[in-house]
Design a protein around this ligand. Structure first.
Ligand SMILES: Nc1ncnc2c1ncn2[C@@H]1O[C@H](COP(=O)(O)OP(=O)(O)OP(=O)(O)O)[C@@H](O)[C@H]1O
Ligand SMILES: [Mg+2]
Length: 332
């Protein structure tokens, strides 16, 4: 049985111009200890997917239109708020996209970590403090015991991000969702935080969903990748497969945006055009208006996500005509 099953998840928001669907028919599964990367441009639906799994979108304006989320055999999408509170923390824990909004400026970081643990476990005050210091130590905060009494503003951006991770891990979750955990940080710190997440996965055996707009981060960390575009999954496969033979033209575009470390100058070929707003999605394939390979059939119908090769799905009617040759098939 997989740890997490997401089936046909469709989430809408009520807006001034009616209900829009932020994500549509999102499906995937995740095994214990596995790292899944979710990648896509700003607005593609990555955070809405994460927050729908956590049951953290305020309703209204948000509404679960259809689909279900099953965690360790339990259907989360049927659960009451009270039941969900027992899952959040020890079951699934999340590092949010904006660290400053999730840390309370008026409490010390030690109090905030202890409060998170206290909500789920009965520990003596001494044990509670010990666990909080242990978590700060694990995430690489130097002199953890002394930093317990510091307030968020006394820490650097990188340190606050580490505190966020410590809070998310304090209840030893089986699944950690990390929404852009490194975007605000400089590259050195970024690499350190990613290494830290991988070490913690090895130590605690937790599964991780890592959300990013950067294919480089996916290459460094994830086992599998889910590519999202305009609210839908357009490609899914093991990371090595997607890097070797991306099937969707959008994925190829994203891969061309990854700065190469081996070249003198980073190749930053942005994909022309912009992601359509939910109210202005084109008919048929939502990427067709930006795709240099589009033919009239592309705008006729929404292409379904189909298994085109073993363990490799894509939603493009031209995928197999256009895909690059597999390295394994190249003549020696
Ligand atoms: N509260 C809301 N009300 C209306 N629309 C919303 C709301 N929250 C998100 N959306 C819409 O849902 C879509 C997906 O947003 P989401 O935040 O999931 O994108 P994202 O992939 O996380 O982007 P980013 O990389 O910028 O974080 C967007 O079109 C966004 O405008
Ligand atoms: Mg987001």
């Amino acid at each position: 049985m997989s740890l997490l099953e997401v089936r046909g998840l469709t989430t809408g928001f009520m807006t001034g111009s009616g209900e829009i669907t932020a994500i549509e028919d999102v499906s995937f599964s995740l095994n214990a200890g596995e790292i899944l990367g979710i990648v896509g441009e700003s607005g593609s639906g990555k955070s809405v997917t994460a927050l729908s799994i956590m049951g953290l979108l305020p309703s209204p304006p948000a509404r679960l239109i259809s689909g279900e989320v099953i965690f360790e055999g339990q259907t989360l999408t049927n659960m009451s708020d009270r039941q969900m509170q027992t899952i959040r923390g020890p079951g699934i824990s999340m590092i949010f996209q904006e660290p400053m909004t999730s840390l309370n400026p008026v409490f010390s970081i030690g109090e905030q970590i202890m409060e998170t643990i206290r909500a789920h476990e009965r520990l003596s005050p001494a044990k509670l403090r010990e666990r909080a210091i242990e978590m700060l130590d694990k995430v690489g905060i130097p002199s953890a015991a002394r930093r317990m009494d510091d307030y968020p503003h006394q820490m650097s951006g990188g340190q606050r991000q580490r505190v966020m991770i410590a809070m998310a891990l304090a209840c030893r979750p089986r699944l950690l969702i990390a929404d852009e955990p490194t975007t605000a940080l400089d590259v050195t710190i970024q690499a350190q935080i990613l290494d830290l997440l991988m070490d913690l996965r090895d130590e605690f055996g937790m599964a991780i969903i890592i959300i990013t707009h950067n294919m480089g981060v996916i290459a460094e960390t994830a086992d599998r990748v889910l590519v999202m575009y305009a609210g839908r999954v357009i490609e899914e496969a093991p990371v090595a497969t997607v890097f070797d033979r991306p099937l969707h033209p959008y994925t190829r575009g994203l891969l061309e945006c990854v700065p190469s470390l081996t070249e003198d100058r980073a190749r930053l070929v942005a994909i022309p055009g912009t992601l359509p707003e939910p109210t202005r999605r084109p008919p048929g394939c939502r990427f067709s208006v930006r795709c240099s390979h589009a033919i009239p059939a592309c705008s006729a119908a929404l292409p379904p996500l189909e298994l085109l090769e073993p363990d490799h799905s894509a939603a493009c009617i031209r995928a197999l005509d256009l895909a690059p040759i597999r390295t394994a098939d190249l003549a020696p």
